[in-house]
Write a protein that binds this ligand. Structure first.
Ligand SMILES: Cc1ncc(CN)c(N)n1
Length: 226
């Protein structure tokens, strides 16, 4: 199962956890958006939680600005904070507003345990680890949705009501963010671990972080349940 080109580290980490990656990117929730059978209430329940998720996820990218080693790394991470806060969250606000859910309701919603587990896992990777630990925990989120968006843009049923969600993640802007994050990770790995990175025990620890975040992603789709 090959994926989009978001860099060498992503490709290696993804290939190291094929089962969890498939459970995340081919989840029944995703396939329901593709064929249009996902019930709207389930989608909206997910979207409300995802709005809260993106707040904490933006904080995690802001933490990456703090943990960065160079001005270029800071710029790349700050660019991702901007894309989340100004771009992606607007999608959630718009779709929820169309369904009669005000932004104040989004902000006041209670975080589900799966949401708490995932966002705080990523933040903790940044608090207790270094820049690479944080990037490995952040990667499945950004890049997984890029992969899902690209696949569904080609494979989804023409009449699916989830076309705007799919197009947001297949968009040139989101795909550019994915490529920039992939490059950021590859360069950060090369700068800190060198050419032989994959032979180091540290590499396995980073791959394990990526896999844990991938499992938490798969669990997150379950938030659409009643
Ligand atoms: C849970 C989750 N994972 C990833 C994304 C894409 N940024 C998202 N919006 N929500």
């Amino acid at each position: 199962m090959s994926g989009p080109d978001y860099g060498r580290s992503f490709a290696a980490w993804r290939a190291a956890c094929p089962g969890p990656w498939r459970a995340y990117t081919r989840h029944a929730f995703v396939e329901g958006m593709a064929d249009g059978t996902l019930p709207r209430p389930a989608f909206l329940r997910y979207l409300v939680q995802d709005y809260l998720f993106l707040i904490h996820f933006s904080r995690a990218w802001a933490l990456a600005v703090v943990k960065a080693g160079t001005l270029d790394e800071m710029r790349a991470c700050a660019g991702t904070v901007h894309a989340l806060v100004e771009g992606e969250m607007a999608l959630h606000v718009r779709i929820c507003a169309e369904a009669g859910i005000a932004q104040s309701e989004l902000t006041a919603a209670e975080e589900a345990p799966e949401n708490l587990a995932y966002t705080r896992y990523v933040l903790e990777a940044g608090y207790s680890g270094d820049f690479l630990d944080l990037l490995a925990a952040l990667a499945p989120c950004v890049l997984g949705y890029g992969e899902i968006g690209l696949r569904l843009a080609g494979a989804a049923a023409p009449g699916t009501p989830y076309r705007d969600w799919i197009e947001a993640y297949a968009s040139a802007d989101y795909q550019q963010t994915c490529r920039a994050v992939g490059t950021l990770i590859d360069e950060a790995v090369a700068d800190r671990l060198g050419e032989g990175a994959r032979k180091l025990p540290r590499w396995d620890a980073l791959a394990a972080r990526f896999e844990t975040a991938t499992r938490l992603e798969a669990a997150f789709w379950g938030l659409g349940r009643a």
